[in-house]
Structures are given as C-alpha cells and as structure tokens.
Design a protein. Structure first.
Length: 378
C-alpha cells in the first residue's frame, strides 16, 4: 500500500476553509424552521442571477431537473429534435428523451472537447426546437456565433452550464458569461461541481421573463396558486439549507475558480519541465475563453495502463467519459453506430481527468507529473 494518497477531489479541505460560515448559515435556517423555497432561496436566486448576468434565476432540485424543466418550459416533446453533443454527462441527452423528443448528436472539437458549432447548422431540420451546448469541463462553447441563425429559425439555445459556473468568454469588447447567452442556462450544484451544495441542488438561469415565470410554476407541480394546476409540472424545489450553504460558497467562488486556473497552469508547466509533450496533451483554452477547470482533462498515450499505474502509486484519476452518449445501450433505438462521431469516440479512449480542486498543492501536482514521467520511461 502506498503511504500517501492523492484523491481527484478533496472536499474536506474545502470545508475546513468555510466551516464557521457554513455552520452559522445552516443554524440560521434551522432556527427559522423554514425549509423549502423561502428567503434563502430567493436571496440565492438573486445573487446567482447577478453573478451570471441574467435577470432571472430559478432554483430547483438538481442539474438534471434543471434540464428537464428547461425543455418543459420550451414545450419540447414528441416529434421534436434537439441538437447536442455525444460527449457529456448522461443527463444532457436523457432530458431530451425523457420529454419524448429526439437527441441529434454533433461531433466535438478535438482541442476543446466541446460541441463543434460549425457542424450544428448542418443538422438543423424543420423539427429542430433547441440546441443544448455543454460548456464541458469548465470552458464555454463559442455559442454566440450561432445565435443569429437560431433566432432567425425560432430555435432555442439551452446552455448546459453544469460544469462551468463562473466561466466566460470575450469576443471583441463583449463578455459572454456561461448561462447568459441563450434563453436558458442549466446549472448543477452537485457536491463535486465547482460550485457544489452539500446535497443535490440545481438552477435554471434565464434571459426571458415568460420562461422564468413558467419555470417557477413547473417546479411546483405546474401551479401558480396552490392546489390549482394549469399544467402538469414536477416537484423540483431547492431547499433553504442548500441555498444557505450555496450563498456562502458563492461568495468564495471567484477565488476558488482562480485557484483552479493556477493549478491548471502549473500542470502545463510541469508537463514541459518533465518533457512529457509527446505523451500528454494538456487541455486547450480557446482564444477569448476563461476556463474555470471544473475538470482538468488531458489526452494521453496508453491511458488505461497509465491510470492503473497511477492508482498503484496512490494517485486517483477519472475517465470522463468512457462511453459516448450515442453508444449508450439505452439510446440504441436512435440508430447511431460506432464510427459516427470519431472525435468524441477517440476522446473517450485517450482522455484522463487529473486531480484538480482549489486546495490542490503544488507538491501533489509535482508528485503526479513525476509519476507520469516514470510510467512513460519504463
Ligand atoms: C452534473 C451534470 C449534470 C446533472 O447535474 P445533477 O445535479 O447531477 O443532476 C448535467 N449535465 C452535465 C454536463 C453535468 O456535468
């Protein structure tokens, strides 16, 4: 057994930095005995909307629910098509089939791992109702370029912002923030996300008042007045305790995102120092982007053997994602086959997520990179 370990994420270190603030905030909720959709949720919705730069934010129970609610608000259903990426977490596509609509996949850009927006327009049909770009691993898809075409055709842009809270991109003198470009942005506060709650939580940001109003009703069974239902919604609410915790953590988010960026820069430096350019390709931050490194995903030679070697040394890594969405057994009915999206499929074979979190230490990164160098020297 190795005498030290490096996890991919260590939430305990982060909790130690905010323990007092969190306990005070949770205690306030406990004393109030108000647990669902109260003052903490309202305040958090306002603060999150301000940070994203949108007029509306609606809390809900998870990032998955945020996506489902977004498509419900857009009235997407059977017969409709939604264009998205085959390289993402499962919920990005399942929200579409859950609504009875059809996911239409587009391959990714091998540099940024994000949906190749150049291919989106070719996939539009009269049935296309929305496009869901995922700001994967913490950097934005350049979706602003798609807006004019989508608006012209009445196609909604729903950003999956689950991994990119606080990311932005600059084009000329304009700043685009993740979740503020399209009609709707879907955020996850799953504990491992860069802004995580201490349980499940999610949120939808919106630039449109009518959609925000509809979402507020859909999250409480489709009612605007209790016990009177215009539509069938869900039970998907944000707890006061989670909102109180998220308010504390939101105040630190910029600092933590900056620390992630510093850790990413250090990895890139170490790969050069250890002469690993041939074997390891670090993630590319596209021009104009501020990547917040929710994950630090490299492409590497002999991925599986490297991962097993590191695990033996006491270093944990992850594979996001080992099987593309178009090849998932539950989507076999869609008619996709291996070879349809070569860039995404290649990435699922050679990508490796290295440990990254704000409290990651320089010496831990050096330990990891030296172990990688050792592996490739063997
Ligand atoms: C985590 C995640 C979700 C789902 O969020 P949950 O809060 O876990 O339901 C959706 N899309 C992406 C890209 C994610 O990473």
């Amino acid at each position: 057994m190795p005498d030290r370990r490096l996890p991919t994420l260590d939430l305990k270190r982060n909790y130690a930095r905010v323990r007092e603030e969190i306990r005070e905030a949770v205690d306030k909720v406990l004393e109030s005995q108000h647990f669902i959709l109260g003052p903490e949720v309202r305040a958090f919705e306002e603060e999150a909307a301000r940070m994203v730069g949108v007029p509306h934010a609606v809390g809900c129970a998870s990032g998955t629910d945020a996506l489902v609610l977004a498509l419900m608000a857009l009235k997407i259903g059977p017969g409709d098509e939604v264009i998205t990426t085959p390289y993402s977490f499962f919920a990005t596509a399942s929200c579409i089939t859950r609504q009875g609509a059809r996911p239409v996949f587009v391959d990714i850009d091998p540099e940024t791992y994000n949906l190749d927006i150049g291919q989106v327009l070719e996939k539009i049909t009269p049935r296309t109702k929305a496009v869901i770009p995922v700001h994967l691993f913490g950097q934005m898809v350049p979706v602003e370029g798609l807006l004019p075409e989508l608006q012209k055709r009445g196609i909604a842009l729903v950003e999956d912002t689950a991994q990119a809270f606080g990311a932005c991109r600059q084009v000329g003198d304009r700043i685009y923030r993740a979740g503020a470009v399209g009609e709707l942005g879907c955020i996850s506060f799953f504990p491992t996300k860069n802004l995580g709650a201490y349980g499940d939580a999610g949120m939808i940001t919106s630039t449109r008042e009518d959609l925000a109003k509809s979402l507020r009703s859909l999250r409480v069974h489709g009612s605007t007045e209790t016990y009177f239902h215009d539509v069938v919604g869900m039970n998907s609410r944000l707890d006061e305790i989670q909102a109180a915790i998220l308010r504390v953590r939101l105040r630190h988010l910029q600092e933590w995102n900056e620390e992630r960026r510093q850790a990413a820069a250090r990895y890139a430096l170490l790969f050069r120092e250890y002469g690993l350019q041939e074997q390891v390709r670090p993630p590319v931050e596209a021009a104009g982007n501020t990547h917040i490194y929710h994950q630090y995903v490299v492409r590497c030679r002999e991925r599986d053997a490297l991962q097993a070697y590191l695990e033996k040394e006491g270093i944990s890594t992850r594979v996001y994602y080992p099987l593309c969405l178009h090849l998932q057994p539950c989507f076999s009915g869609l008619g996709y086959a291996e070879g349809d999206f070569p860039q995404a499929e290649a990435l699922s074979r050679d990508s490796l997520a290295l440990p990254i979190f704000p409290e990651l230490k320089a010496e831990e990164q050096e330990w990891l990179v030296s172990a990688m160098a050792e592996f490739y020297r063997r």
